[in-house]
Design a protein around this ligand. Structure first.
Ligand code: PLP
Length: 339
């Protein structure tokens, strides 16, 4: 296998890989009950929360849709903050479901400004809810979530956070900062395969849920909570992904939460390509000549940025190896891009 360095799905440690060859179990039996209980507790440790935490079978986008249909109503005025592709996606989901969305955009590659958010909230008191991406994976920019949460909570709004590529690898103090709904996905910083999404919910989130009138079925959070109380999920869960996550969370616990955050913080993330050099040319060279797979940008920054995946099971040496290959390619690439 080559050096897979995209921001999820990530390579998996050998014991996580091996755990996926285990036989199926009854998802309505005691063994699964223990498994979901243990995994939920471990996830809460990394979410730094005492709130309810639900594990959904689906991808991160499913959790985004779940957050919308479980807490909002048609016509409800919602602020959606976007600094890139994933912020745009959350905006679109809320709009598709009939919310009255005020989109607040900041230029790609820049973080959102909490003071501007505060001003816009003060000017538009009908807004009930703020949606924000923590780490905008499409550009590698991390929003100042603590400060954004402060201005949102000072104004008593519901705060929904897309933490798909941040929770587990970047410090998020869910309860202390007041993140009402916080989402993540198994294939990102969790050293686990795709297939599971996580959502933590505060008391305010449950209050809103009780009043929200958007239709919901598969993603109904009340059902998920009710079944979790008996160690089950409403629908058939991705059992294999649960096996893997159970093993990866043990490794994350062994490393230590803060040590894991520090390791992620030391590693390079995203960069602009040199003037006039197309990211797709660099990516192709790296893959064909060095068996190394990097991600190019997304949306407006597709051809001008590259992203070095460094979530989950990754060391500084792994990234050094990527940098070495990248250096060699960049020395040759003007010829490659014109030829
Ligand atoms: N939000 C962010 C910040 C992401 O990075 C991603 C995936 O890359 C998603 C949402 C969507 O997750 P998924 O691809 O699992 O649906």
């Amino acid at each position: 296998m080559g050096n897979l360095r995209i921001p999820g799905p990530t390579p998996l440690p050998p014991d996580v890989l091996a755990s996926q060859s285990k036989q199926m179990i009854n998802h309505r039996g005691p063994e699964f009950g223990e498994l979901i209980g243990r995994v939920t507790d471990d996830l809460k440790h990394f979410f730094q929360t005492e709130n309810d935490l639900l594990i959904l079978t689906g991808s991160g986008t499913g959790a985004m849709e779940a957050a919308v249909v479980n807490t909002l109503s048609p016509g409800e005025r919602v602020m959606a903050i976007s600094i890139g592709n994933f912020g745009d996606r959350f905006t679109e989901i809320a709009r598709k479901f009939g919310c009255d969305v005020v989109k607040v955009e900041f230029p790609p590659s820049q973080a959102a400004d909490p003071d501007e958010i505060a001003r816009k909230l003060d000017a538009d008191p009908a807004i009930t809810t703020v949606i924000v991406t923590h780490n905008e994976t499409s550009t590698g920019v991390t929003n100042p979530l603590k400060e954004i949460a402060r201005v949102v909570k000072e104004r008593d709004k519901l705060l929904i956070v897309d933490g798909v590529s941040s929770v587990g690898s970047i410090d998020v103090k869910t309860d202390e900062w007041g993140c009402d709904v916080l989402l993540s996905g198994s294939q990102k910083g969790w050293m686990a395969p795709p297939g599971l999404a996580f959502a933590s919910l505060s008391k305010l989130a449950w209050d809103r849920h009780a009043k929200a009138t958007l239709p919901r079925f598969y993603w109904d959070f009340s059902l998920a909570k009710k079944y979790l109380e008996h160690g089950e999920t409403p629908w058939t869960p991705a059992i294999t992904a649960f096996y893997a996550l159970d093993v990866s969370l043990k490794a994350m616990r062994a490393e230590g939460r803060e040590a894991g955050f520090a390791r992620h913080a030391r590693i390079v993330t995203a960069f602009h390509t040199p003037e006039g050099v197309d990211s797709r040319v660099i990516a192709k060279e790296l893959e064909t000549e060095y068996d190394t797979v990097l991600a190019i940008g997304q949306g407006a920054t597709t051809t001008t940025t590259m992203r070095v995946g460094h979530l989950g099971w990754v060391s500084e040496e792994d990234i050094d190896a990527v940098m070495q290959s990248l250096g060699e390619v960049l020395n040759r690439v003007p010829a490659a891009s014109t030829g």
